[in-house]
Write a protein that binds this ligand. Sequence first.
Ligand code: 5GP
Ligand code: ZN
Length: 119
Amino acid sequence: MNSDGSAPGCIFCAIISGEIPSDRVYADDQVVAFRDIDPQAPSHVLVAPRRHVASIDELKDDQELLGRVMAAAVTVAQTENLAETGYRLATNHGRDGAQSVAHLHIHVLGGRALSGRLG
Ligand code: 5GP
Ligand code: ZN
């Protein structure tokens, strides 16, 4: 871990620092949100803490940051005008959860009728 809370080699830390460009839709002192590079729905935004946290599994003891990340996800959904038609918040942990980037992110998905199947 670097002294600024980022992790060497982490692609989302590089996006959050601005080293790698992204289409940013929200930022505050603790949370950043940017559009997914491979969107699965008309609106597909990733909401991540600035501090490197590997997944939701590491955050249960930091309920303040957990709350900030989830509240930012709802703010993004509302800003994307998804509240009336509906949206999904999802986060993956580990191999069986199909997590591919080991920096916590909440997927905000909406803009079309999503499948009810989650697995
Ligand atoms: P996961 O599978 O870990 O839940 O989700 C990782 C997400 O990050 C995927 O939906 C993938 O498309 C997205 N992603 C991977 N690399 C990049 C990138 O460099 N930029 C952006 N904006 N999204 C990325
Ligand atoms: Zn990271």
